[in-house]
Design a protein around this ligand. Structure first.
Ligand code: ATP
Length: 198
């Protein structure tokens, strides 16, 4: 059976960077954010439930969902947000399990920002938390997304802290230096993890 390695960390901590290191070691990566975006496309089987929740006003003339309309609705209405999460979150878990089951690799890595908050760690053989101080994360996220500092800090406040992640994770890795230093540490850690899981 394919064993799942859960990767988590705060915004801009370096989860995707670590996931790419797993990929370089031949471990396929499944990205929860990518599946959440897929959930809102007509190709996903939860699309009809999302349309039913928001009504036809949420559809654009080309049949795809109007993400800006949905974002405004869930921002203004916590009931709508919870209802949308109630559709999308189970879909994301089902889809990650399905893709993992279809993989012929002995290991897959799941990149899940809210791994512990959502309880998805229960599916994992082990978990890795990427740790990084808030100021560095804010600077990285602003540089990458051109996002507003206050929005990023609000998202960070809504997540668990690095202390909690470190206490819950099987392994931790810090990402506060250069990318080359991180790649070197990640290589060693991935070697250890794959050896222990074999
Ligand atoms: P998010 O949850 O916000 O998507 P993430 O945890 O997946 O973020 P990454 O996408 O890996 O984080 O990294 C965020 C940004 O910071 C990327 O543009 C990445 O290239 C850059 N980055 C990551 N680690 C470093 C580093 N050590 N030095 C410089 N830049 C870095």
């Amino acid at each position: 059976m394919t064993r799942i390695i859960g990767i988590t960390g705060g915004i801009g901590s370096g989860k995707s960077t670590l996931a790419n290191c797993f990929l370089a070691h031949g471990v396929p990566v499944i990205d929860a954010d990518e599946i959440s975006r897929f959930a809102l496309t007509p190709a996903s089987d939860c699309f009809p439930a999302v349309v039913e929740l928001f009504g036809n006003e949420a559809k654009k003339p080309d049949g795809t969902l109007d993400r800006a309309y949905i974002a405004a609705k869930v921002f203004a209405d916590s009931y709508a947000r919870d209802a949308l999460n109630g559709i999308v979150h189970p879909f994301v878990i089902r889809e990650m399990l399905k893709r993992s089951g279809e993989s012929d690799s002995p290991f897959v890595a799941w990149d899940v920002p809210l791994l512990f908050e959502s309880g998805v760690d229960a599916y994992c053989a082990c978990t890795v938390a990427v740790l990084c101080g808030e100021e560095i994360r804010v600077a990285r996220a602003m540089r990458r997304d051109g996002a507003n500092e206050e929005q990023i800090r609000a998202r960070i406040r809504a997540q668990i802290t690095d202390e909690t992640r470190a206490a819950l994770a099987t392994y931790t890795i810090r990402n506060e230096g250069t990318l080359d230093a991180f790649y070197a540490e990640a290589d060693t850690l991935i070697g250890t993890i794959l050896e222990e899981l074999l």
